[in-house]
Design a protein around this ligand. Sequence first.
Ligand SMILES: Cc1cc2nc3c(=O)[nH]c(=O)nc-3n(C[C@H](O)[C@H](O)[C@H](O)COP(=O)(O)OP(=O)(O)OC[C@H]3O[C@@H](n4cnc5c(N)ncnc54)[C@H](O)[C@@H]3O)c2cc1C
Length: 415
Amino acid sequence: MDAQDRPDVAIVGGGIVGLATAYRLVEARPDLQIAVLEREPQVGTGQSSRNSGVLHAGLYYPPGSAKARWCTAGKQQLEAFCTEHGVPVAHTGKVVAAVDRDEIPRLHALEERARTNGVEVERLGPQGVLDHEPHLRALAGLWSPRTAVTDFGAVCRALAQRIDAAGGQVHTSAEVVDLEQTPEAVRLVVTTRDDGTVPGAARRTSEVTARTVVTCAGLQSDRIAALAGTAGAERIVPFRGAWLRLRGDAAGLVRGNIYPVPLPGLPFLGVHLTKRIDGQAWIGPNAVLALAREGRGPWSVDLQDLADTLRFPGLYRLARRHLPTAVAEIWRDRVLRATVREVQRYVPDVEVADVERGPWGVRAQMLEPSGEMVDDFRVRRHGRVVSVLNAPSPAATASLAIGAEIRDQVLTHLP
Ligand SMILES: Cc1cc2nc3c(=O)[nH]c(=O)nc-3n(C[C@H](O)[C@H](O)[C@H](O)COP(=O)(O)OP(=O)(O)OC[C@H]3O[C@@H](n4cnc5c(N)ncnc54)[C@H](O)[C@@H]3O)c2cc1C
């Protein structure tokens, strides 16, 4: 990226949300210069590739919320995009399983919510559950036929190709290190790695001037927003999610997706079993506080990240509220047998010998100083910058709808 580049819209972050926004913009206004700036050598390697790969149908989200609206619309749009551009999608469906009596009222409340959101669901008894998932033992279930799986990393690569083909620019190994708004434009300071592939290779710094900027920086969203003037008092607190993998024939213990009834008051959906698009079966993810936002390994420590997390009062208020859950999550994270025991509640045939440790990812979870987890998507505008502050699950599913919303916000200010 060179100083003479003067994009109409610069998008910070080449994850699925930034790319979907760029795609919606080039599609609507091929006359504009759109540039995506991604810090890593490839697009979509952050949260967008390290997730469960589930195209959520939209049953969980409070009616009227941005999640409820954008998940159902975005899923349809993403499936159409995948069909058009050869990204595989498998319509495997999902059973939400109630194994204890006290989960049944919550399952019925979920059914009600799904119907209010216009999402197709079917109530199941024990036999209906077995018809869909022969190894699942539950008192009752909710069948979601529209839940599907895909490879969101492949979606990111396809989006980048379409942006490029439509005349947009996707710059990788390009990190935005500073951002300043003036009345006429936004000045970005960008550090570029020369060869774009070798970490630590020679770097150069340039200044780029854009008419407007959209920030979609995932785990860095609060820090980039602070530079852009769009930040509030909320902060990103990183939560690592790790999966177990079912070995060999044990992958056949799940056909589609098996989810527990979610715990009230927490945005995470619980440890679930997912048959992935490549045929692997994963159990997870759990949710434990991460010691680095973007570490190379699950136990990486970044002192700056850790200090920011520990300095934030919201963390302690959250911990006070959910201490038993947090301790149980840490225990299950360390003791593989404990996760297996949890899964055996609903799939009793899973044995410890059937599982191995699998991949992991880090969620960008936004927290208020009060300790409340920000559940809904959060987008904020200030002057010439629109910032996506909170884009947790199902933002990958909803990405094209989020992109369309941001496109409309940007274009009203860009004649
Ligand atoms: C464990 C887990 C499971 C999940 N499961 C699902 C699921 O099944 N279905 C679903 O729909 N969603 C799921 N999600 C959520 C989904 O993955 C995310 O909501 C989505 O990927 C967010 O996309 P993003 O583009 O906002 O963030 P990211 O993918 O994190 O992208 C942000 C990008 O910004 C770049 N960046 C940061 N700072 C800078 C800078 N200064 N300059 C340039 N670039 C920068 C980063 O390198 C990164 O590539 C899951 C998430 C996790 C972690």
